[in-house]
Design a protein around this ligand. Structure first.
Ligand SMILES: Nc1nc2c(c(=O)[nH]1)N[C@H]1C(S)=C(S)[C@@H](COP(=O)(O)OP(=O)(O)OC[C@H]3O[C@@H](n4cnc5c(=O)[nH]c(N)nc54)[C@H](O)[C@@H]3O)O[C@H]1N2
Ligand SMILES: Nc1nc2c(c(=O)[nH]1)N[C@H]1C(S)=C(S)[C@@H](COP(=O)(O)OP(=O)(O)OC[C@H]3O[C@@H](n4cnc5c(=O)[nH]c(N)nc54)[C@H](O)[C@@H]3O)O[C@H]1N2
Ligand SMILES: [Mo]
Length: 772
């Protein structure tokens, strides 16, 4: 069968006119063309706001506006002039809204008033801020233990808001900090702390200008980090090799037309990005990297045999690493059969990848959710690090490790204390600074929090942004968990499904967005700060008029709740909320790396948090970068699925028109899908074997967890796609009903949303292949 037959028609290159057209549509569609356009011009500018779109770094040189289609969507979505007012809530009971789609809910626009849920009428009703704070405070004080409360954070919160939030929770007495990072780059943090002593990447944007080879593993930057494409493209133009590992052929990684390049736009030209595109089986990356290392060792042995110098950086290995011999032994004892079977790559492909690696003086490896949301993610990231260590590709220009973060400040939130397993030094510093006595007991992460709400040991949920019930697995169970709470509080800009499962007492507290001007009581404009994937900390100040005069900043809301809960004797919450410089002073005194914070953050590009690993100082137990030497997984999910027969590995990823649970539109342009989201991508040969036709509608049934729970996602349209056999893909959050809470990464507790075992079932009404 011709593999391309029946594959959807896709736009020819990423970016380009398609991107421009789409921007216009979103600016108009959001009904914010003027404020939206003005806002866009100041995105990522020294005196503007940090784009809420992604965590990719900002350019070093000049300040010309970096064009990004999905940044436009993020900004115009927030800068809309549509409003979800108290009148809207009076008309629509919560039980009715529960039947709306994510898209429809957020499309109602910005929240305008603090709202309290009224069970009698099943509606949210406007209240005064002080009334809200007083009842929240009283309810929190009435609980018998601080660990009854879960303080959730989504990664858009600024450093100042996150710092104040963790201070509030810890002054109250708990370390329960489930956060979006638990579902995202948790495995990266854990693996990198083990390997290099810090849970962050080691490269700067400038390093992409110097690298000879860039391995892009398990990510789709065309959609999720569009500005990264510009950096990859410039690297490709200089002749650097861009090696992609991704089971799915992602358009954005193949070709890219730069919308900022007018000549190219007029000619309809585009440039290739990936020099090599390898399509491993899902979860096969550890085997792929081990295979590459196996070739590297073999080539090295041959070189030495031939009297040539070694291909490895023995000076680096000897001076800066530990456990090299164990790693070498592990690679040597790993059989090629296992490598080829798990990775799904051919021996030639792995040799080619190894040759690219060996041919480069400077190598960067980047990765995202395709690596972190599997069972063996931590081991896989260690394996990526192992390969880079072999030739000293860390801590020198143009080389290093680069986990590409998700939410625009998810990295900063961790830096300033959103951490359920806080380092002792942080707690001691906070105790000293504020005269507290914070418990040392570790708190809950996302899975821990869900378990505690389900078994009744947690009774309150506070959400600083995000959409907890839609972002987590087993949607129905998590809804039950939230609805069983005494208190639920959501600080949010727009309405989402998490707000529609109220606890006994429930508040919806509307906040300013990043694009909006934040003034204090003396009308002074305040700025906040964020940290990007390259550990650069910079300021962000809004320029638009707030969506409603009743909005408060996240910081103001946290301060209001904190004062009403723990009082203001030790901490003057109101004063901190009235001048964010004072919060920054406290951060400087309690978090390493922030000396001179208030001055340095007002410099155009901000400043870089010192990253010792980037200077080849590794703060691990041995003081060295650690090779890991574990065996390959006994079986990947893909192998388990093949053994079962009739079973597929489903990954849940993002379409081009969404930001996590926020759905901007129904198109996925680069993948050729328009006007719908209930689709499932599959290899054409698998469709043939299923006797299913392209376009046919099916149900997906989870067979991952044999726990007696039926998990079914109904009515998805089959779309043939260039991807490995045995693999399926579809969109999150619609498919979260299939992801079991009991399937999570080893050491990371991250739901394995990239490898869920499912079966494809004909719709009740028809047999596969016989649909009309
Ligand atoms: N516009 C937009 N921007 C965003 C977001 C958004 O939703 N919309 N979300 C933000 C957030 S929070 C995050 S975390 C990032 C997410 O950024 P990404 O990680 O790029 O997000 P996903 O869409 O989940 O894409 C995962 C990619 O990994 C591939 N993949 C899946 N399984 C495997 C595997 O086993 N091996 C390999 N090698 N590849 C695999 C998939 O085919 C897909 O291309 O983006 C951030 N930026
Ligand atoms: N199956 C599956 N599940 C996944 C993933 C996956 O790939 N597959 N990805 C996971 C990942 S990587 C992540 S990061 C999580 C994301 O999980 P979350 O961060 O919880 O979800 P978001 O969709 O980003 O949150 C959107 C909501 O944030 C609110 N919001 C937007 N802007 C602001 C603001 O400025 N302030 C405040 N206070 N609120 C605001 C709005 O009300 C909006 O509805 O989901 C995870 N879940
Ligand atoms: Mo994320």
């Amino acid at each position: 069968m011709d593999r391309s037959q029946g594959l959807p028609k896709r736009s020819s290159a990423a970016g380009g006119w398609g991107a421009l057209k789409s921007c216009g549509k979103f600016l108009l569609g959001s009904r914010a063309p003027i404020s939206g356009a003005r806002a866009l011009l100041s995105a990522n500018q020294p005196d503007g706001f940090d784009c809420p779109g992604c965590a990719w770094g900002d350019p070093a040189h000049g300040s010309s506006f970096e064009f990004c289609e999905n940044g436009v969507k993020a900004v115009s979505w927030e800068a809309t002039d549509k409003r979800a007012t108290p009148r809207f809530f009076a008309k629509h009971p919560v039980s009715e809204l529960r039947g709306w789609t994510d898209y429809a809910l957020e499309s109602e626009g910005r929240l305008t008033h603090p709202m309290r849920y009224d069970a009698e009428t099943d509606t949210y009703r406007a209240v005064e801020w002080d009334e809200a704070f007083a009842e929240i405070g009283a309810t929190l004080r009435s609980l018998d233990h601080p660990d009854r409360v879960e303080f959730y954070t989504s990664g858009r919160a600024s450093n100042e808001a996150a710092y104040l939030y963790q201070l509030f929770a810890r002054a109250y007495g708990t370390n329960n900090f489930p956060d979006c990072s638990n579902m995202c780059h948790e495995a990266s943090g854990i693996a990198l702390v083990q390997a290099i002593g810090i849970g962050k990447g080691t490269v700067l944007l400038e390093d992409f200008e110097k690298a000879d080879a860039i391995f892009v593993v398990g990510q789709n930057p065309g959609t999720n980090h569009p500005r990264m494409l510009g950096d990859l493209r410039r690297a490709a133009e200089r002749g650097a090799r861009v090696v992609v590992l991704n089971p799915v052929r992602e358009r954005g990684l193949e070709r890219f037309a730069d919308p900022q390049n007018s000549v190219e736009m007029l000619r309809g030209a585009s440039r290739p990005i990936a020099s090599h595109y390898f399509q491993p089986k899902p979860g096969g990356d550890m085997a792929a990297f081990r295979g590459i290392a196996k070739v590297v060792f073999a080539r090295d042995a041959a070189a030495i045999e031939a009297g040539k110098p070694s291909l490895l950086d023995h000076a680096f290995i000897a001076a800066h690493t530990s456990a090299f011999a164990d790693y070498r032994a592990a690679v040597e004892t790993t059989a090629w059969d296992a490598i080829l079977d798990q990775s799904g790559l051919t021996r030639e492909e792995i040799e080619t990848a190894a040759d690219v690696y060996l041919g480069a003086d400077k190598v960067i490896a980047t990765w995202a959710m395709g690596v972190t949301q599997h069972r063996h993610s931590v081991a896989t990231i260690r394996e990526i690090a192992n390969l880079l260590f072999l030739r000293g590709h860390i801590g020198r220009p143009g080389a290093g490790l680069c986990p590409v973060r998700g939410h625009s400040n998810v990295q900063g939130d961790r830096t300033v204390g959103i951490n359920e397993k806080p380092p002792l030094a942080l707690l001691e510093a906070l105790d000293r600074e504020f005269g507290l006595n914070i418990p040392r007991k570790h708190g809950h992460n996302v899975l821990g929090a869900i378990g505690a709400m389900l078994d009744g040991s947690a009774k309150a949920f506070i959400g600083l942004g995000g959409n907890f019930v839609r972002a987590t697995p087993d949607t129905r169970l998590v809804e039950k968990a939230l609805a069983g709470c005494e208190l639920t509080v959501h600080i949010a800009t727009k309405l989402n499904h998490s707000h529609l499962v109220p606890g006994r007492v429930s508040y919806l507290l509307p906040c300013l967005g990043r694009t909006e001007i934040d003034r204090n009581s003396r009308a002074k404009v305040q700025i906040v700060t964020v940290e990007d994937s390259m550990s650069m900390v910079h300021g962000s100040g809004g320029i638009n008029k707030p969506a409603s005069p009743h909005l408060r900043s996240e910081i103001g809301i946290i301060a209001g709740m904190a004062a009403a809960t723990v009082g203001s004797e030790r901490i003057d919450w109101a004063a901190l909320a009235d001048d964010y410089d004072l919060i920054r002073d406290r951060i400087e005194r309690t978090i390493p790396g922030f000396s001179g914070f208030n001055t340095r953050v007002r410099r155009p590009r901000g400043f870089m948090l010192r990253n010792l690993a980037a200077e080849r100082v590794f703060e691990t137990a041995t003081g060295r970068a650690g090779f890991s030497s574990g065996p390959l997984p006994v079986a990947t999910e893909h192998q388990r699925a093949s053994l079962r027969g009739d079973t597929f590995v489903l990954q849940t990823f993002r379409s081009h028109d969404q930001y996590n649970t926020t759905i901007y539109g129904l198109d996925d342009r680069y993948r050729g899908v328009y006007g719908e989201r209930r689709v499932v991508f599959a290899n054409p040969d698998d469709l043939a074997e299923l006797k299913a036709r392209a376009g046919e509608r099916v149900d997906l049934v989870c067979v991952h967890a044999e726990d007696g729970v039926e998990r079914v996602a109904e009515d998805f349209r089959l779309v043939p796609f260039d991807m490995p056999r045995g693999a399926l893909a579809g969109y999150y959050p619609e498919l979260n009903v299939l992801v079991p809470l009991s399937a999570f990464g080893e050491f990371s507790d991250t739901p394995t949303s990239k490898s869920v075992l499912v079966q494809v079932r004909a719709r009740a009404a028809n047999d596969l292949g016989k649909a009309a």
